[in-house]
Every structure is written in structure tokens, then in C-alpha cells.
Design a protein around this ligand. Structure first.
Ligand code: UDP
Length: 454
């Protein structure tokens, strides 16, 4: 791998401790390591990454003063984020001070901090130690634009009274509808507006990194570049820009790859709702029978704890269902998703449309069936089905007939063929972006130069 002779300057990564945030941060670390930087990951003890998967990184746990509230449906998201930030600040300060001391002893330059936008308290710590810091946004630029837009729209009295039900498009906001705004799941509007203000303030950070690229959301990325006083870098798809390394918090079940090897090309529907979404028992039956009735082979991730009131997914599936699908279905607790989406047998992805899943699907040219739940997932879905037009949205949630129909459309109809063709074209654009002189390739080189210059 080409290194740029940097004297191995240290970059300290501070990820937010959720799977969808850890993955892009570790991928960024792998990319920067391949460019010659030394990487330290300062991580919380809850959801700590699997250190064995990254033998070249140094991992340092940040201790929490108190137990942070878990981020789940029963706890306000803003409250749990705020306690996460508050409780880890003092320990992070100590860790960073120690790193600075060590680096200075070895006559190395000051480390550069790259932190997840949601770990906003890092900026104050970095500033107090006079360390350069860079923000990593792990969501799409469009979802962040529309998140920030809410405060202004509300101030101008432009939120329609139906709010989350409104089909109207937000004027000037890149094809996003009012109902897609990633704000209506917040329980308390005041704390939402406070969070918006906090995240908007880039403070003394030196730059912003986006897990995105021009060919996906050029206008939203341009919007940020115009608004911000600091350089913006867009790197994507990160998992294709450096050697693969898993950031999974759960054990990946590789037996599904052996099962996929036996299936015919483009025949399998892959089903996963990521690491956070929780569904009901009724949804499990609707998905199961939708898949069974579609007659397509399927690989279904049923994450432990992802079904309300149940620990074991296996108990939820009736004998009748198991008998009907037999070998046609493969059900696992957690899959090596990048490998699954890159497998020749996978022909469609029924997804909650988290940003990582969306990017991973796009970069493998796999068309999607979208069933968003909350936050940025609705904006991503809007782009998948209406802007890039590489997927179909389940308009009525999880309902067996609609799932069966969407699978049929995708796998056996002209509309599906066109969607697949557009997905293949979009994949080609992502490949070009990371080739020499492509947008992500150039952006990475600019980022490397920028970090050296700090
Ligand atoms: N993932 C995985 N195996 C699974 C399901 C998901 O490795 O069985 C990974 C997936 O590749 C993605 C991440 O978990 O990188 C989920 O992130 P995303 O933004 O899609 O959704 P979130 O979990 O944040 O809702």
C-alpha cells in the first residue's frame, strides 16, 4: 500500500459507540493507516470495538464517570447523547494529555483528533489541549442538511400542521419531504433544537469529513461547503478504499456465505434492519410470510434483542413457516454484511436504510426494498427510491402482501430490471470515485495533505 512518508503522525479517533458509527470511523482509521498515519482509537467501554480485528491500531478505553443511559426507545435520544458526552469528557481529557506527552517525548508532532459529530464534547477537550480536531459525519449530508433545516423552517412557521404525515416536499431541500425530516421521533422539541444548535456549531474544528460523495448528493455536500468556513472532504465508499476489516460488535456467522455459494446468481433477498431497529413479533410473521410466499431464496438477519419482548428469534418462527421455507431460507443472528452484499447470489436487500447499509448496497450494485424506521432512514429511503431510483419503498410498513409484491417487482418485472440497471450504473460511479483522480481519491489525498499541514 502506498504510504506518504509522514513520519507516522498520530491520529486519534473518537467514535460514537453505536455500530453504524463505529464502522465508518474504523474504516477511516484503516484508510489513514494505509497512508502512513499511526492510529489510536479512544473508545467508550460500552460497545468497545473488537481490538483483535485491528492489530495495527492502539485502543484506549475512555472511562465513564457514571453509567450512561442506554440509547433505546425508552430513553430520550438527546438525553442519552448528552450523558454520553458529559460522562466521558474528564477521562478523554486525561487520555489525550497523556498521548501529547508521549508524542512530545518521542519528538513527534501533536496528534490530530478525528471525532464523530455526535461526540461533540471532544471538540472542547481538543481545544483546551490546543490539538487540531476534525469532525466525521457518519450520516448522509442530505439528512444533516434536513436535520438542521427543521429549526429554521419552524421559526419561519413553514412546518405544515400534519408534520410527520405531510407528503409535501420541503422547498429548496433537495427532494426531501416534510414527513422525511429526521426530527419527528424526538420526544422533546426543545432538546431537539438544542442538539441542532450544538451540532451546527463546528467551533474550533479544522475540517469536516463526510462519509459520502458527489455522485450521490452533490447539492447537499456543496451546501455545506458553502456554509462552512473550514474545508470539507468527502470519502466514500470507505470500505472499498482500504483493506477490509470487520468492526462488528456481534459475532459474524460466516455459515451464510457457504449457503449463499449454493444459490443462483442474483436470486437471494438479503434482509437486515441494522444494529438498532427493534420490530414487533407481528412484524416477524409479516416479513417471514412475505419472504416465504415470494418463493425467492432469502438470507435473514434476526439480531438477538431486535424483536420486542423476545430474546430468541427462533422461538418466533412457527413450525409451519420453517416447513414451508426449508432450505430456501437461511436465518442468522448477525451476518458479514459487506461480504453478503458483494456475493454474486444476492439480488436484493430488504433494509431499514441506515446510511452504512445504503452505501454498502449501492457500492455493490444491489437494489433495495426500503422499510425505514426513524432518524435519517427516511431521508435515505427518499433518495434510494426517488432520487437515485435504485429501490422500492414499502409504503405501508411491514405487511406480507406488500413485501411479496415488492420482491416480485424487483426480481421478475420490467420495473425491477430498470432499477437493477440504475443500481449497476450507480455502482460504476462509486468505483470511478475511488480510482485515480476520482472525487474520493482526490479528496483523500487532500485530507492527508491537510492533516500533515495542521
Ligand atoms: N451489519 C453487519 N451485519 C449484520 C447487520 C449489519 O455487519 O448482520 C453492519 C452493516 O454492514 C453496517 C452496520 O452494521 O455497516 C449498520 O449500520 P447502518 O448505518 O446501516 O444502520 P444502524 O445499525 O446504524 O441503524
Amino acid at each position: 500500500m502506498e504510504k506518504q512518508g509522514l513520519g507516522f503522525r498520530r491520529v486519534v479517533l473518537v467514535p460514537c459507540p453505536w455500530q453504524g458509527h463505529i464502522n465508518p470511523m474504523l474504516r477511516l482509521g484503516t484508510i489513514l493507516h494505509s497512508k502512513g498515519f499511526s492510529i489510536t482509537v479512544a473508545h467508550t467501554q460500552s460497545n468497545s470495538p473488537n481490538t483483535g480485528n485491528h492489530p495495527d491500531f492502539v485502543f484506549l478505553p475512555i472511562l465513564s464517570e457514571k453509567k450512561s443511559s442506554e440509547c433505546n426507545d425508552s430513553v430520550d435520544f438527546v438525553v442519552s447523547l448528552s450523558s454520553l458526552n458529559l460522562n466521558h469528557k474528564a477521562s478523554l481529557q486525561k487520555i489525550l494529555a497523556r498521548i501529547v506527552e508521549q508524542e512530545q517525548k518521542q519528538h513527534e508532532g501533536l496528534p490530530c483528533i478525528i471525532y464523530d459529530a455526535l461526540m461533540y464534547s471532544v471538540e472542547e477537550v481538543a481545544h483546551s489541549l490546543k490539538l487540531p480536531s476534525i469532525i466525521l459525519h457518519t450520516s448522509s449530508a442530505t439528512s444533516v442538511v434536513s436535520f438542521f433545516a427543521y429549526a429554521q423552517l419552524r421559526e419561519e412557521g413553514r412546518i405544515p400542521s400534519q408534520g410527520s404525515e405531510s407528503m409535501e416536499l420541503v422547498p429548496g431541500y433537495h427532494s426531501v419531504g416534510f414527513k422525511d425530516l429526521p426530527v419527528f421521533d424526538f420526544k422533546n422539541e426543545d432538546s431537539l433544537l438544542e442538539l441542532t444548535a450544538t451540532l451546527r456549531n463546528t467551533g474550533s474544528s479544522s475540517a469536516i469529513i463526510w462519509n459520502s460523495m458527489d455522485c450521490l448528493e452533490q447539492s447537499s455536500l456543496a451546501h455545506f461547503q458553502q456554509q462552512c468556513q473550514v474545508p470539507n472532504f468527502s470519502l466514500c465508499p470507505m470500505q472499498k478504499m482500504a483493506p477490509a476489516s470487520s468492526g462488528s460488535l456481534w459475532e459474524e456467522d460466516h455459515s451464510c456465505i457457504t449457503w449463499l455459494d449454493k444459490q443462483t446468481e442474483n436470486s437471494v433477498i438479503y434482509v437486515s434492519f441494522g444494529s438498532v431497529v427493534i420490530i414487533d413479533e407481528k412484524d416477524v410473521a409479516e416479513i417471514g410470510w412475505g419472504l416465504a410466499n415470494s418463493k425467492q431464496p432469502f438470507l435473514w438477519v434476526l439480531r438477538p434483542g431486535s424483536v420486542n419482548g423476545s430474546n430468541s428469534a427462533d422461538d418466533l418462527l412457527s413450525d409451519d413457516f420453517k416447513e414451508t421455507v426449508g432450505e430456501r431460507g437461511c436465518i442468522v443472528k448477525w451476518a458479514p454484511q459487506e461480504q453478503v452484499l458483494g456475493h454474486r447470489a444476492v439480488g436484493g436487500f430488504l433494509s431499514h436504510c441506515g446510511w452504512n447499509s445504503t452505501l454498502e448496497s449501492i457500492s455493490e450494485g444491489v437494489p433495495m426494498i426500503c422499510r425505514p424506521s426513524f432518524h435519517d432512514q427516511r431521508v435515505n429511503t427518499r433518495y434510494i427510491s426517488h432520487v437515485w431510483r435504485v429501490g422500492i419503498t414499502l409504503e405501508n410498513g411491514l405487511e406480507r402482501e406488500e413485501i411479496q409484491k415488492a420482491i416480485k417487482t424487483l426480481m421478475a418485472e420490467k420495473q425491477g430490471e430498470e432499477i437493477r440497471e440504475r443500481a449497476a450504473n450507480l455502482k460504476r460511479k462509486t468505483e470511478i470515485a475511488i480510482q485515480k483522480n476520482g472525487s474520493s481519491y482526490n479528496s483523500l489525498n487532500e485530507l492527508v495533505e491537510f492533516i500533515i499541514s495542521l
